[in-house]
Write a protein that binds this ligand. Structure first.
Ligand code: R5P
Length: 284
């Protein structure tokens, strides 16, 4: 009897990294898609009576179904821990307009496990919707650790808005980097000024940091603004590199110097891993 890591299709690398830190192997998981588009997952290792950890990000609806199937396949486990490194639909965490669902709640309440871990979920207000104890792990420190080792000139960590300070501040404080956020000030009825609230970034290297980069719109605008205000180089760092459509091109055309992300979504930009944080949480 022991610990079993089950790797979902969207988190294969992260699952193997986590397993290796925990000193266990990862059995093959079989996945396939039927001709009608339905998806299928099968766990090949022995699950019965084991402490099982399923790791699967859910950037797409199919990934969510894979996760539900893997949870169901593990119904004979002694204990089941579900790790959702990137939880899709988490941004619809409120009813913004009448008649809307709280999609994050709709998803969370279907996750039947003994405990759940997410990584920098868009808003922790979603956690109580899981039917079991759910904890959000903060990966901003692994980004801070990477940034502090980059060759940067008088670096500043910058959040594109005050909401992203929850990502930027812990990383900056842990590695003693100056930080700030972009603040929008209304000058007149038709004039707004967007600038770092406290710091002058002229001639300095800026690392713009957010939880999610999806279409790249938020960050591309921020990069243009910072370049216009005299930033030397603008680098982008995020926890979840969703990067849909032409996001990378938009960032590049905006003047981005480099981009890095974690492996909650396994992309070419994944230069740091959240495996140590997950392994530590599983051990606890
Ligand atoms: C918004 O609240 C998030 O923190 C991100 O800023 C946003 O999801 C990024 O989206 P996009 O890259 O499409 O602008």
């Amino acid at each position: 009897m022991g610990l079993k890591i089950v790797a979902g299709p969207s988190s294969q690398l992260l699952a193997t990294r986590t397993a290796s830190l925990l000193g266990v192997g990862v059995d093959l998981t079989d996945y396939k898609e039927f001709p009608d588009g339905e998806v299928y997952a099968r766990v090949t290792g022995e699950i019965k009576g084991q402490d099982v950890v399923v790791i699967q990000s859910t950037p797409t609806a199919d990934d969510y179904v894979y996760l539900l199937e893997l949870i169901d396949a593990c119904d004979e486990a002694k204990t089941l821990t579900v790790i959702i490194p990137y939880m899709g639909y988490a941004r619809q965490d409120k009813r913004f307009h009448p008649g809307e669902p709280i999609s994050a709640r709709a998803i969370a309440k279907t996750i039947k496990a003994d405990r759940v871990f997410t990584v920098n979920i868009h808003d922790p207000s979603v956690l109580p919707y899981f039917p079991c104890p759910a904890t959000d792990l903060n990966a901003s420190g692994v980004i801070g650790n990477y940034v502090v080792n980059m060759s940067l000139y008088e670096p500043v960590l910058l959040a594109p808005d005050d909401g992203a300070l929850k990502i930027v501040k812990p990383a900056a404080e842990q590695y003693k980097l100056p930080y700030d956020y972009l603040e929008k000030t209304r000058i007149s009825g038709d004039e707004v000024k967007i600038a770092p609230k406290n710091l002058d970034i002229k001639g300095r290297d800026v690392v713009l940091m957010d939880d999610i980069v999806s279409t790249g719109g938020t960050i591309a605008e921020a990069i243009k603004l910072l370049k216009a205000q005299g930033a030397r180089e603008v680098h982008v760092a995020c926890i979840h590199a969703v990067l849909v459509r032409n996001a990378v091109l938009r960032l590049n055309n905006g003047g981005m110097r480099s981009i890095l992300s974690t492996d909650t979504l396994e992309k070419a930009t994944s230069k740091v891993s959240v495996a140590p944080i997950i392994a530590e949480a599983v051990k606890r």
